[in-house]
Design a protein around this ligand. Sequence first.
Ligand SMILES: [Mg+2]
Length: 358
Amino acid sequence: MPLVHFFETSFGRTYSRDMILVEVVSNGVSGWGEVTCGEHPFYNEEWTESAWLLLKNYIAPKAAGKTLEAQTAGQLSAGIRGHKMAQGGFEVACWDLQARLNGVPLWREIGGETRFEIPCGVSIGIQDSVDQLIEKIRLEVDAGYRRIKMKIKPGWDIDVVARVRAEFSSILLMADANSAYTLADVDRLKALDEFNLMMIEQPLAHDEIIDHATLQAALSTPICLDECIRNSHQAAQAIRLGACRIINIKLGRVGGFAEALRVHDVCFQAGIPVWCGGMLESGVGRAHNVALSTLPGFTLPGDVSASKRYWKRDVIDPWVEVSSEGTITVPGGPGFGYHLDLDFLASVRARLETLSPQ
Ligand SMILES: [Mg+2]
């Protein structure tokens, strides 16, 4: 699916997405999940093709014909190291199916709060010019979004953040580096302290908790960890070491709802606020993120934003919409609460594989 506008991070530019949707069927009812990996193994080790093989060769053959509960469906593939996004695509589909079979909304099935709305932020990629970035931020602030996240990398950081802050003195602003720095850049990152950022997200290596603890001790700006936190044990370690003051939770990165709930609980008990990160999801992944964001520890606006910011046409009906106050209304229907646009899905589908117990 082509993106409305390219999205650039420190990894490079994305113009369109190849995504895997997982459908699990029981008693004629379907549950849907999305694999949130990218087209290339740059965010983590997974990519669309690796996830396809993992699902086809390992997960689906184990799942077909089994009696499962969503709470423990992830354990089916517990012997597989890594590849959490492929595993998570299956696991979240099981939660959606279970909620639909129980006739309740997904947010209720996972233990979320009765919240009618969730606060939304946006993530804005690196642009061709600072003027262009400022123009995009103005558009999103005017649309009502509660928090602006800008991507940074060496050379697109201090001066750019300074200009954005000068232009928008009071907005909730944060920066995401996607691991573009090392401890040799402490002074450069310290220079960002004066801009009153809510947080700097994942400045150092994707698998480096200890260096983040060293950096956090040198910064007044809170560090938020993203790539580093793949499970609740790592969340507990990062908190214990003082490596971050905020954690971003992504369903795919931690392998689905069961582990996301455990990460949430560890953070909640430690008083660490969490928020829901985004992976340029289609409406399916977006709807799962809305449900996740109803948990009580999600006190900061997440990267869950409107379908139309990303897609000319989304795969769900209705689309995810954001109010002029920057909120998404949590749907009340069973499962994740949106319908699949099956006609459109068929028109953009490149591959389909069905595995059954037979
Ligand atoms: Mg991030």
